[in-house]
Each structure stands twice: as C-alpha cells, then as structure tokens.
Design a protein around this ligand. Sequence first.
Ligand SMILES: Cc1ncc(COP(=O)(O)O)c(C=O)c1O
Length: 389
Amino acid sequence: MSTSSKIHASTFDWAQSIATPAYVLDAAALKRNLAHVSTIKAETGCKVLLATKAFALPAAFPLMRDVLDGTTASGEYEARLGKETFGKDVHVYSPAYAPGEVERLTELAGHIYFNSPEQIIAHLDVLKRHPDVEIGIRINPGYSNATVGGSLYDPCAPFSRFGATPDTLDQVPWDDVDILHTHALCESGDAGSVGLIEHVAREFGDYIGRVKAVNFGGGHFLNKPGYDIRKLIAAIQAFRRAFNVDVILEPGGGLVVDTGYLVGSVLAVHHNEKNIAILDASASTHMPDVLEVPYTPLIVGAGAPGEKAHSYILGGKTCMTGDIIGEYSFDAPLKAGDRLIFRDMMQYSFVKNNTFNGVPLPDLAILKENQEYEVIRSFGYDEFRRRLG
Ligand SMILES: Cc1ncc(COP(=O)(O)O)c(C=O)c1O
C-alpha cells in the first residue's frame, strides 16, 4: 500500500452522517475522467463505450451519455440494461451464447460479437434476418499485458477461452463480418494500449482490410495517474491512417478510476496479538477484488501499518477468516461508529456484490457537485430473501 491518501479528511465531512455501508459516486470526479475521454474522441474520431460489467449505475448515465457512444455488454441482461437505461449504441460479446440468446439480442444490440468462426456460422441464419445488426469476431491476438492478478485477468493467457486464435481466422466468413474485436488488456498503461494497437496492425493487417471497424476492447486504464493519453491518441491516429477503419474502445474500470468510495463504519474493536477492527463493510461481500486480485485499497486519512500511531487489521463481519481488507494505521484509536472511507471503489465493486452471511448490501449513492448527498437505492432484508427463492 502506498502512504496515506493525500486529500484531507475534512473534504469528507458529508461521510460522517450517512448510513453505512454505502457506495458513493463522486460526480465531480466522474466528470473529470470523462473530460479525458472527450479529448481522446475529439482528436481521434474513435468511439468509446462503457463496459457495464465494471460499472453499471444507471443514475450516473445522464452524466456519461453526452460523452460516450453507448455501452458494451457481457450478455443479454447487460445488453437490455444498456438499451433501457443508457441508450445510444449497444454492443455485446460473450464467449458463448445460450439457446435463443442471439435471437433475443438482435432486439437489444446493434453489434453482436462472436468468439469463433464456428459461432458466427452457427448463428448466421438468425443474423441474416437482421441485416441492421453488425457482426463482430473476437480474435485472440496473443498479446499479454494484463498488469494485475497474474494470468487471472489476462485474456491471452495459455489455454484462454477468449477469442479466435490466428490459425482459425481463415475460416471466418469475412464477407459477413463488420468488426474485428480484440480485448487483451487489464489495468494497462499507455504502453499496453499502444503495444496492442501496434501488434494488431503488424500481425492482422490482412484481416483489418476486410472490416469496417476495429474494437480494441477494454483494460485501457485511461484515467490512472501516469497514463499518457497523448500516446494513445497518436497510436489510434496512426492506425486509422494506415487502415482507414473506425476504431472503438470499450473500457470499464478506466472510465471510473478514483470516482467514488465505499464508506463503512467500525462496529467493534477486537484484539488478538494485533488490534482488529470489525466493519459493516466486507472484503468478501463488498470488495471481492480485494481478495481476488488481491490489493489493499486506500483509506482517506489512513496510512500503511506502523506509519501512524495506531495500527489495525480491518475485517468484515462474515464468518470467512480471510475476510480481511488489509492492515492500516490511523492518527487516533478506532472506536465503534468511526467512518472509514475506502477510495477508488466504483469499478468491479457493487456489480459483484453478494449477501453471504446475510450481510446487508451497501446503499448506492451520489455525491453531487454541490456536495449534496443523494441515496439512489437502499437494500433491506427483502433483497436478501428475494434472491433465495
Ligand atoms: C470484452 C471486454 N471488453 C471490455 C472489458 C472492460 O475491461 P476494463 O474494465 O478492464 O476496462 C472487459 C473486461 O473484462 C472485457 O472482457
């Protein structure tokens, strides 16, 4: 973990009186990120979609709709969500489709991507009845650049199920295909984005000549400090000059880097050789990537263990021994009722929530630009019960 978060805790007075746990979107921060996207689009003419798998908060879509071109979905339900709540273009890719799903998707999405030539061919009858729907082929470019989670998040890891391998590309019915798609990055910096674009240009030029557009997927960590969008812009411009095709990006996490928080409260303090604070927010139920990636999120006003006077292990109230968020230090001892504000909690967080142990789901809320705090949705016992049948 890096050292304490730089923003002074007093900026977060609003968090002292809210019900917890709560995910809070910071509208001003989202607007700041979207401004970078506007620059990329204006200078390259590319399209940028929101990957709703990372961030599906319809209440935020009015802020995003003017800048983004639409959404990209992982299947039928996300496609429907995109169509109903975002509008504009709806793209969808799944490594395989359930019976009838492609037929239903033709009513929801204007762009359907397939994982192999066989899958396109198997659905060609349905697709030909909907000539307005564009067909995409996802290729596996054999380019590894995922920077987190080892092979867990590398779409080009050995034996990956994602995308047609180069030896199968001559079997693609290219005359029916509109978009070549490649998703190979995860939390990648500008070098990863540029590297992927140049790799695809070098290795797949013959196929690019047969499509209208190339979709370079997600994983471009556009808004991460240090990501140089000028380099991405130059690479897209060069690619478009070389091939005269449209370019599409479909980031999820990269759009919402550091645009919100998970606010939790200390419920009790325990001691077992070390100080342990038990929270109403949990790694297991509310921030599964903390365990999966794994990583230790920043907390406003906290430092690394030993950096400040009072160190604590922070854990959730589930029965899972490993439900540990991390070890931190604070200026003052923690006590029940203290609020803890975890930063950068918009991507792959609430979309992955579960109610293990009956732990309550956090509120979904927005901190507006005028600092007004609005709860979008609260979940009670009914939500837990409903999902158990
Ligand atoms: C096909 C596809 N597109 C886009 C994304 C979004 O990636 P990210 O949130 O890392 O930008 C993913 C993530 O898994 C993906 O699989």
